[in-house]
Design a binder for this molecule. Sequence first.
Ligand SMILES: [Zn+2]
Length: 306
Amino acid sequence: MKTSETSPVYIPIVDTHAHVNLDCFEAELDDLIARSREGRFPEIRGRHFGTDPVARPFISGLICPAVDLATSKRAVALAERYDFLFAAAGVHPNHVGLLQQDEWEGICRLVDTESSKGRLVALGETGLDRHWDDAPFDLQREYFLKTLEQGRKTRLPVIIHSRDANDDLDALLHDFYADGAPDWNVGVIHSFSGSPTQAERWLDLGFYLGFGGFVTYTNRSFSDIWDVARFVPQNRILLETDCPFLTPHPLRGRVEHNEPLFAAFVARRLAELRGTSVQEIANTTLENAQKLFNLPPLPDKPSETT
Ligand SMILES: [Zn+2]
């Protein structure tokens, strides 16, 4: 008797960018966490994942970035409550114009008091955004540079957002790290959307590249991202959702919002592009996340279904 045909193949996934601390998740947070850990797909129940009817992806680890002081505190509170969840603290480029007096100092204090406890593992998200025009670009640069300084001081990895600002990002990073790649785990360019040349330049500085919904989209305008996903070294690739945003194909437009478990669809697309298995992508990105964020051992099985 072949047991392998019936026993589930567990696929532990680390979503390195999940905004589960935002208000839109608050009312359903307990169920969201439960179904992520159990590997329970909410809107596509009954459908098989990928080509393997017994594969069972589940969330084994999660990094929750912040957009301001309140969400930084909330990320830390969630990290204290859930073993598999880890916090980042910082200010998002689209929020820098909304900062209250002393808010940045509050974020710095939170980082100083919490980073040694192992639950706050990164800074951010920070970066540059010309897409939404929500905040003056000079102010975005100012807080981005402050965050990079904070990373240099604390040796915590920085989670970087770049939307329609990749040339600005490239210039700023090479200026800031003019002496070459830092000797600590410097951070991740999350939701990578740059060119192959930019990818190589950022990898040279020691950055990891995070892939999410964009890489799953079938429009040819995303082909640069597909190309980079094919060649990025195995030890520098991360999996993420950016939930509730950027729902991956084929769920885009079919669910209300993205959620951590949908990183499985990103893993499937990366496996297709790189000619490997979903399991291999999941294992590789899990190891990379553990290294970059200095995470403890994570669960290798889903939690029991409730
Ligand atoms: Zn984000």
